[in-house]
Design a protein around this ligand. Structure first.
Ligand SMILES: [Zn+2]
Length: 216
């Protein structure tokens, strides 16, 4: 988690005390970043263990003010093992103009992140934010938060980090392509093939994880 926090800072996906990260460490337990710390300077001792109802179990600091957002993801999706919230510059610019990242244009984004939702604005750190974003988690691993930032989900922490990186990378490409004269949308058949490939990859990974569990 500390490595991922440092990466978010080094890659410019957060600034100052922005952003928060969590990992499911048991069916009813999470590790989450502390409130109000610069994530680029975080130490392992700073992390906070909480239960799925949000109560602190271990750690010397208060959990992230966005804990409710993270909890809403774990409650909505039992397959989710990690959540990353950041303020990626270009992707958040889309959220600032009230637009999501267009689907059906960038092959790699469709394969690695899938469709990106845009959730309505709510004040950061409130239950209202989790309530508005939660329905989008059912069918999306990446959600833009209107006038705020982005959230990505993963089965693992690396997956959630890579989704955040890919989201920003894709947003930059689409923004540049628009400046060059416009984005060409993929044909329906090409989109279907990409969606099917993503579904297969996820099913294979889920089957692999289940097999590992039964053989352990
Ligand atoms: Zn934020």
């Amino acid at each position: 988690m500390v490595r991922v926090c440092h990466a978010l800072s080094a890659k410019g996906l957060i600034a100052g005390q922005d952003g928060n990260v969590s990992v499911r460490i048991a069916s009813d337990r999470l590790l989450v970043t502390p409130a109000g710390f610069a994530k680029g300077w975080l130490d392992p001792d700073d992390l906070v263990e909480v239960s799925l109802d949000g109560a602190r179990v271990a750690g010397r600091h208060a959990p992230s003010s966005e804990l409710g957002l993270h909890l809403s993801a774990y409650r909505a999706r039992p397959d989710v093992g990690a959540v990353v919230h950041a303020h990626p510059v270009t992707a958040t610019a889309f959220a600032l103009v009230g637009e999501s990242i267009p689907d059906g244009v960038l092959a790699e984004l469709m394969l690695t992140v899938g469709p990106v939702a845009l959730a309505r604005y709510a004040h950061p750190g409130t239950d209202e934010l989790g309530r508005l974003v939660s329905p989008h988690f059912v069918a999306h691993d990446a959600v833009l938060l209107a006038n705020h930032g982005a959230v990505t989900l993963g089965r693992t922490l690396d997956e959630a980090l890579f989704a955040m990186e890919s989201l920003e990378h894709g947003a930059r490409m689409i923004h540049l392509a628009r400046q060059l004269g416009g984005v060409v949308t993929l044909e329906t058949a090409a989109c279907e093939a990409l969606r099917a490939a993503r579904r297969r990859a996820r099913d294979d990974a889920a089957a692999g994880a289940a097999l590992q569990e039964t053989t352990e």
